[in-house]
Design a protein around this ligand. Structure first.
Ligand code: PGA
Length: 253
């Protein structure tokens, strides 16, 4: 199973900065491939939707995939401001993040809606990166496992297959805070997610599970070496070329 490092740019970037960052990443990856100095994980850039074409143009022909940060659950219709997974596929996306905690909080997205979005992504021939994770209060109350179980049962479509699904474990309290769970805590939740997926859909061993929440160049090796971690969903640090590159090269494929 190939590792996966996804950069979630959130609502950041301009036409100019997106081009520079995407070209920088693509050039480093091409340089590494040309020199044959070891394999790299799959790298996915998820810019804001209006920047997809400039980022897609900047990485065209290189080993960098394009991803979106969200989509609507329907194929088309009267949904002002929304974007369908079908259109994202046409724009060159391979992945779509769904159920990010910022969408669950800012836009009141429920597990049921996240599941419908993930289905729409799959129906468009793309791979959903489905986010789950507990809040700080839930961790303090000792209900992390129950929250993860509820989110997995509610957010992952019934017909999901391991090869075409990615789950991101993102503790809400670790996002953008500089705080991360211990390696043991990450391993615990990843193993729970894998077992839950295996029980509901089978082939859990083939499922890619990313860790997300304050991953940086300085902690990437430790986080990515944790058992059951197949890559990272990176927010803030994905906006810095050097830091993101350190994370990419820290991924043990
Ligand atoms: P962060 O964000 O790396 O800035 O903590 C991660 C995410 O929200 O996906």
């Amino acid at each position: 199973m190939n590792g996966l490092i996804a950069g979630n740019w959130k609502m950041n970037g301009t036409l100019a900065s997106a081009r520079t960052l995407a070209q920088g990443i693509a050039e480093r990856i091409s340089g590494r491939v040309a020199k044959s100095t070891g394999s790299l994980p799959e790298v996915v850039l998820c810019p804001p939707a209006p920047l997809l074409s400039v980022v897609g143009g900047s990485v065209a022909g290189r080993s960098v995939m394009l991803g979106a940060q969200d989509c609507h659950q329907d194929v088309k219709g009267a949904h002002t401001g929304d974007v369908s997974a079908v259109l994202l596929a046409e724009c060159g996306c391979r992945y779509v993040i769904v159920g990010h905690s910022e969408r669950r909080t800012d836009h009141g997205e429920t597990d049921d809606l996240v599941r419908r979005k993930a289905s729409a992504v799959r129906d468009a021939g793309l791979i959903p990166i489905i986010c789950v994770g507990e809040t700080e209060k839930e961790r303090d109350q000792g209900v992390t496992a129950a929250v993860i179980a509820r989110q997995m049962a509610g957010s992952v479509p019934r017909q999901s297959q391991a090869a075409t699904t990615v789950i991101a474990y993102e503790p809400v309290w670790a996002i953008g805070t500089g705080r991360t769970p211990t390696v043991a805590e990450i391993e615990d939740v990843h193993s729970q997610i894998r077992a839950l997926f295996d029980g509901a859909h089978g082939h859990g061993a083939a499922l890619r599970i990313l860790y997300g929440g304050s991953v940086k160049g300085s902690n990437a090796s430790q986080v990515l070496a944790a058992k059951g971690v197949n890559g990272a969903l990176v927010g803030g640090a994905s906006l810095d070329l050097d830091d993101f590159w350190r994370i990419i090269t820290a991924c043990p494929i």
